[in-house]
Design a protein around this ligand. Structure first.
Ligand code: C2E
Ligand code: MG
Ligand code: MG
Length: 583
């Protein structure tokens, strides 16, 4: 493979120059020094010329001697001298001293030879500028030493002496500003915590220092094909910025060198340690365009590698991983919510077509740590996947039934509470016991309870499902087929299914008024429902035109924002009391 141009130079030089070029370390460019010098020489020559001029110039009709301008230019020259000292430290100071020293013979000659006593003022101005330069320079030097120390600390990891997280972000941001392609690798040592716990932090630190030495040698090795920058953000984590690679294989080859460096045992105080690490990486600009996102993506890939059973220890980030990460976060939230019993419910009203209250659907709700709602569309599928849906269902069922049982007793209303039950939950052996237990404790009559089962999932395990559903029906509980039309609706299965209510999915209601065939589709579902002796409710009804069409085609019930959004229990309570009063 052709050696990369960027890697041609010794990597050691690159490491040092990369650090020197970080924006925190960047000095004023040398070109500015020459520009200031040139400006000073021009201003100085103009001062000299003007001081001996005898003619006048006109400004707004006023006649002014040109010699007066020489003072203005002399002051400008002094400002440039001070700027040189401020911006260029020692170099600027020496240059200023030389420039001013060169002025004195000319000024002295003007006084003693040409008897031009006006120049005495110039001598003093020069002397004052010189003193000011010395004071500024001394002060700058003190500050610079202090600043250099601070800067060094700000970009260096104290334990290993390599650049830290801040330095790594500085470099990434600089590269992003220059639109330069690079890869960020996030690395974490495997099982390092157990070494720390069993052998103590001192040994842990020694190991980190040793690994760092090995990796630093690789990062600055002159025969590398890429330009690498190693940083330690903390703990057993390292970050690598890799540039100058040609393709994916080049990236993996570069990372592999760091991986191989751990193959040799690490010996500390006569004890041998064998370590390995997980590497995840993300590329700018292909995977992300900001340094923060790159780090988060590289971390995601690294964690995926760490948690996987595979031997492969290097992984490129992909969007699928982001989903896995999000699901993991959601899983943690669900577990927390169940542990702390913070899952709660809202009640969405259902009405008959004449706007008379039929009942409510209980919908699960969960809040994030910051108080914002997490959509059930996000957490219900995760709960299904990790086998916690029965606990979520049961929590909503128990809480809403307790509330509803008391509400019906107080108002005498004969309305329905619909709960969503996942088929996974339905299949559990103790499902019937749970139902009986909740009904008993809440005082809710079986006839006032309806269980919604999603059609698409149910069809997979129809026989077992039918058995349980039969038992539920025998108890007098109603059954609704949820999201009808989204699964593999088959008439033969619908025929076998002892449901009471068909819920037409919102997606059909959304489309219904977009054309005659969409409207006919909903009309047909309603007709089939009626032929099968089922009531039909439309979900997600949002506007008057949908309501009008549904009335025309004979829909029995309505659930949707048009007549009611999901409500907190207190609001639902008010609604029922307003309609039925209290006993
Ligand atoms: P679903 O059972 O079909 O519930 C109806 C969903 O449609 C609810 O969304 C409701 O807020 C929403 N909706 C109703 N009317 C309208 C409308 O007019 N416009 C719009 N834009 N949306 C409307 P939500 O609460 O986000 O629930 C989503 C799904 O999560 C539910 O769909 C259900 O499948 C599932 N779910 C909710 N709670 C539970 C639960 O306790 N257990 C189980 N297993 N699933 C649940
Ligand atoms: Mg539902
Ligand atoms: Mg639905």
């Amino acid at each position: 493979m052709m050696k990369n141009k960027a890697a041609g130079k010794s990597n050691k030089d690159h490491f040092a120059s990369t650090l020197a070029n970080l924006s925190v370390n960047r000095e004023v460019p040398k070109s500015a020094y020459f520009l200031l010098l040139l400006l000073y020489l021009l201003v100085n020559s103009a001062t000299r010329h003007l001081s001996s001029a005898t003619d006048m110039f006109f400004l707004y009709g006023l006649e002014i001697p040109k010699t007066m301008l020489s003072g203005v230019f002399a002051s400008l020259g002094n400002i440039l001298i001070i700027l040189l000292v401020i911006l260029f430290g020692k170099l600027g100071f020496i240059t200023s001293c030389v420039l001013m020293a060169l002025q004195f013979p000319r000024l002295l000659m003007a006084i003693f030879m040409a008897h031009n006593y006006a120049t005495i003022q110039g001598i003093f101005t020069n002397l004052f500028t010189l003193v000011a330069s010395v004071i500024i320079f001394m002060n700058q030097r003190r500050l610079k030493t202090y600043q250099a120390k601070m800067r060094e600390q700000a970009i260096t990891d104290q334990l290993t002496g390599i650049p830290n997280r801040f330095a790594c972000f500085e470099l990434m941001n600089d590269l992003i500003d220059k639109h330069e392609r690079f890869v960020l690798v996030s690395t974490d040592l495997n099982n390092f915590k157990s070494i720390n716990d069993t052998m103590g932090h001192e040994i842990g630190n020694e190991i980190l220092i040793e690994i760092c030495e090995r990796w630093k040698a690789i990062a600055s090795s002159p025969d590398a094909e890429t330009v690498d920058f190693l940083a330690r953000p903390g703990g057993d984590e390292f970050l690598l910025v890799i540039r100058g690679y040609e393709n994916e294989a080049g990236i993996e080859k570069a990372i592999h060198r760091y991986q191989s460096a751990l193959e040799e045992k690490i010996t500390i105080e006569d004890c041998d340690y064998f370590l390995n690490a997980s590497f995840g990486y993300a590329e700018y600009p292909n995977d992300a365009s900001s340094s923060i996102t790159l780090v988060s993506y590289a971390d995601t890939a690294m964690h995926e590698v760490k948690n996987s059973a595979k031997n492969d220890r290097i992984l490129h980030f992909s969007q699928d991983l982001s989903k896995i990460e999000q699901n993991l976060a959601t899983e943690r939230k669900i577990r927390n919510a169940l542990e702390n019993d913070t899952i709660f419910f809202q009640l969405q009203p259902q009405y008959d077509i004449d706007h008379k209250l039929r009942g409510f659907e209980a919908l699960a709700r969960m809040k994030d740590a910051d108080g914002s709602m997490i959509s059930p569309g996000l957490f219900i599928p995760v709960a299904e996947k990790i086998g916690l849906i029965d606990k979520v269902d049961l929590s909503v069922f128990r809480k809403s039934a307790m509330f509803f049982g008391e509400l019906l007793k107080r108002t005498g209303a004969d309305i329905t509470l619909s709960i969503n039950i996942s088929v996974r939950h339905l299949m559990k052996n103790n499902f019937m016991e749970e139902i009986r237990d909740v009904l008993e404790k809440s005082g809710l009559a079986a006839k006032n309870l309806e269980i919604e089962i999603t059609e698409s999932i149910m069809i997979d395990s129809i026989d077992k499902a039918l058995e349980v559903i039969g038992e539920i029906k025998d108890m007098g509980i109603k059954i609704a087929i949820d999201d009808f039309g989204t699964g593999y609706s088959s008439l033969s299965y619908l025929n076998k299914f002892p449901a009471d209510l068909l819920k037409v999915d919102k997606s059909f209601i959304d489309e219904m008024n977009s054309g005659e065939s969409s409207k006919q589709y909903v009309a047909t579902i309603i007709s089939i429902g009626h032929i099968m002796n089922l009531d039909v409710i439309s979900e997600g009804v949002e506007d008057e035109s949908q309501l009008k069409t549904l009335k025309e085609i004979g829909c029995d019930y309505i659930q949707g924002f048009i007549w009611g959004k999901p409500l907190p229990p207190e609001e639902a309570d008010k609604l029922v009391v307003a309609e039925f009063g209290t006993i």
